[in-house]
Design a protein around this ligand. Structure first.
Ligand SMILES: [Zn+2]
Ligand SMILES: [Zn+2]
Length: 326
């Protein structure tokens, strides 16, 4: 093994990147327990998003009696709430990392700044472009899906899961959402990398070679519709309104956080909150690798895993050549 590192990165995390131990064989219960604990119960994005979902449910959520029919008042309420949530999360991360450069280049993967202006972007600049697609179509589709599912729940077109009547399934759904997302995201993401679909749809997201918080949901509206559509799994497995809210917030807000371009938020000199993944950052630079997340090792199983080492880099480049020569 050589100690040579990948070139062209300002910050390299510890490589090779580790995938979750959930599917290790033979099973390793201690590692699995630790993974679940770390990804849920240390201060983590997930815990924060659960907190946000609970707060929204308690204070900013229309009741199931109200959502029996589509009324402008509650539709506007959840639209404004979702809009403010994204602005708060993406906006504050952008201010911290880029506007005020609060931690300089510490833990920043790519040495380059974001592209201030460029003809390839809508409205002529990366940040404006990214905000346009995130806040324009992104929040609208998110809200529309949420509204339809709340309406379906209210009118008993799908099963309502209560903590009181079904505590095990109620809790299990929270744990399953990130795993389902990981599967769904991988499959769809690979499909939209088929050249025809890439040129029509996915190119828009990939104009961001270097990413920032607003890049996460900066996608073609059709792509947003497909990805956010993962929430319709609840038509089959049932849900409580809080599951629907968490599911959509989880997808939308972790798309924002994984694209920050930084490995984490430093307070003092300690990494207090894991944010951007190098796994996905490499996808933006090298394209034909790391379509999924680390939650379920799809990339490892299907030969598209770039673990951040020079050896993996060579293997991925050879794979790309093979694909191109087909
Ligand atoms: Zn992609
Ligand atoms: Zn991306």
């Amino acid at each position: 093994m050589s100690n040579e590192k990948l070139k062209g990165w300002n910050h390299l995390p510890e490589v090779p990147l580790k995938v979750s131990p959930l599917f290790d064989w033979p099973p390793n219960p201690t590692a699995v327990g630790k993974w679940i604990w770390n990804s849920w119960f240390l201060i983590s994005e997930r815990l924060i998003i659960i907190g946000v979902a609970i707060a929204c449910y308690l204070w900013f959520q229309p009741s199931l009696t109200e959502t029996k029919s589509f009324e402008l008042s509650w539709l506007a309420q959840i639209y404004v709430r979702n809009m403010l949530l994204v602005i708060a999360v993406a906006g504050s991360l952008h201010l911290w990392f880029y506007t005020y450069s609060a931690q300089g280049k510490k833990l920043k993967y790519d040495p380059r700044p974001l592209t201030v202006s460029g003809k390839q972007f809508t409205l002529g600049g990366q940040i404006r472009d990214n905000m346009f697609w995130t806040l324009g179509s992104g929040v609208l589709i998110w809200t529309a899906y949420e509204a339809v599912l709340l309406w379906a729940l209210s009118n008993e077109h799908m099963t309502l899961i209560n903590f009181e009547s079904n505590p095990v399934w109620f809790v299990a759904i929270f744990l399953l959402i990130p795993m389902w997302e990981s599967f769904y995201f991988y499959v769809i993401h690979r499909v939209i990398h088929i050249p025809f679909l890439y040129k029509k749809i996915h190119y828009l997201h990939h104009r961001n070679i270097n990413v920032g918080p607003w890049s996460g949901m900066s996608q073609h509206p059709i792509e947003q519709m497909i990805f956010l559509g993962s929430v319709f799994v609840h038509l089959f497995i049932g849900a409580h309104p809080i599951h629907i809210m968490f599911h959509l917030q989880y997808y939308f807000l972790t798309a924002v956080t994984t694209h920050t371009g930084f490995q984490g938020l430093l307070v003092g000199d300690k990494n207090r909150l894991a944010l951007g993944t190098f796994h996905h950052q490499m996808h933006h630079r090298y394209f034909e690798c790391n379509y999924g997340s680390l939650e379920i090792p799809w990339d490892k199983w299907f030969g598209s895993f770039h673990n951040g080492t020079l050896q993996a880099d060579k293997a991925i480049k050879e794979r790309r050549k093979r694909i191109m020569n087909k």
